[in-house]
Design a protein around this ligand. Structure first.
Ligand SMILES: Cc1ncc(COP(=O)(O)O)c(C=O)c1O
Length: 358
């Protein structure tokens, strides 16, 4: 009997990519694989994504892990380099930094002896106010990159929506307007859209789309699941039922006796807990799928286990497989119950949870 594992459905991944490519028309895809490919396993997911044009990560160690795994596709670092001493590594490994701040531009201009010039992306702050150069400096920064000997080819102009998951938000129009104004002054390729913006067609134009979440079959929009967009869940998080016990009415179950049984019942103990990335704050009633139906989580989630109320007539047995989220139980629903977003649940799947690809 296994404890906790995650099935990673590669056919669903391929399906989702095909769906997103249809949305993208002929534009290119920069697939976002940061945070261990949203918990799905960085190198393996990268090696399956033959159909994408480039891979985006957040950290240098993620990029180098991909190169070490033999991934030769272009790799974009969404936050660029953090200090100038990383630049020789970018050059040696053919990594593409996003330049989001003046300090990076200056360091790139001053770098000497790089093994090769870098392809770069220039991020403009069109209104999210997280990263990006100010709009009124964008054209000048772009021209400096074009003139920089350490830069190869045309820089790609990039921005990020703050509210793409609310497609009607006025902020989207404002951000579109700011980028369009810059585009009028530069004949530059553009990348604006994440999953939500791609699915809801929020941007006016993209040469490069940047989907993350939707690739994994998950909806970026509240109150929806991936299925609403013809996407299929890539991850199924599963664990074994390791104990089924009869508990009389009025007994306390688990830490702090936080669950007091309302009636005689059977309690199923499942070998997954917050040490595996299942959220400790999942409230009573959060569904757990076993053998075709959902049972309510009850009591406190432990590090390695959680308990469900099976009901007195349950046929669930030791050795049965429970699904915490996946093809039968949308991770979006679990996230809503917990009061978080599916991104966080997926990223938090712990290292000790074996990823099984099929
Ligand atoms: C700059 C940037 N682009 C694209 C994405 C992908 O976003 P999503 O997973 O919502 O598609 C992210 C993820 O947060 C990001 O930070």
């Amino acid at each position: 009997m296994r404890a906790a594992w995650a099935n990673i459905h590669l056919d669903a991944l391929a399906h989702n990519l095909a769906v997103l490519k249809q949305h993208a028309g002929g534009a290119r895809i920069l697939a976002i694989l940061k945070a261990n490919a949203y918990g799905h396993g960085l190198a393996r997911i990268a090696s399956e994504l033959h159909g994408v044009d480039a891979i985006g990560v957040a950290r240098l160690n993620e990029a180098l892990a991909l190169r070490n795994a033999g991934i030769v596709k272009p790799i974009v670092l969404l936050e660029g380099f953090f200090s100038a001493d990383e630049l020789p590594i970018f050059a040696a490994s053919g990594l593409q930094p996003v330049i989001h701040s003046q300090y990076q531009l200056a360091q790139l201009e001053q770098a000497q002896g790089l093994a090769q010039p870098l392809r770069v992306w220039l991020k403009v702050d069109t209104g999210m106010h997280r990263l990006g150069v100010a709009p009124d400096q964008a054209v000048a920064c772009y021209r400096r990159l074009q003139a920089c000997a350490n830069v190869q080819g045309e820089p790609i102009l990039m921005s990020h929506f703050a509210s793409a998951d609310a497609p009607d938000a006025a902020q989207n129009n404002n951000q579109n307007r700011v980028l369009a104004d810059i585009q009028r002054q530069l004949a530059a390729p553009v990348s604006f859209s994440n999953s939500a913006a791609l699915l809801a067609k929020v941007a006016q134009h993209d040469d490069w789309f940047r989907p993350g979440l939707a690739l994994y079959g998950v909806s970026p929009f509240a109150q929806h699941t991936g299925a609403d967009y013809n996407l299929r869940a890539v991850m199924s998080l599963q664990a074994s039922v390791i104990s089924v016990r009869d508990v009389a009415a009025g007994e306390g179950v688990g830490y702090g006796a936080a669950w007091q049984t309302e009636r005689d019942t059977k309690v199923g103990i499942i070998a997954i807990g917050y040490g595996d990335g299942y959220p400790r704050l999942a409230p009573a009633g959060t569904p757990v799928w076993i053998n075709g139906r959902c049972y309510p989580l009850k009591g406190r989630v432990s590090m390695d286990m959680l308990s469900v109320d099976l009901g007195v007539d349950s046929q669930v047995q030791v050795g049965d497989t429970a699904q915490l989220w996946g093809e039968h139980l949308a991770v979006e629903l679990i996230a809503e119950k917990v009061g978080t977003i599916a991104y966080e649940l997926l990223c938090n799947v712990a290292h000790r949870v074996a990823l099984e690809y099929n």
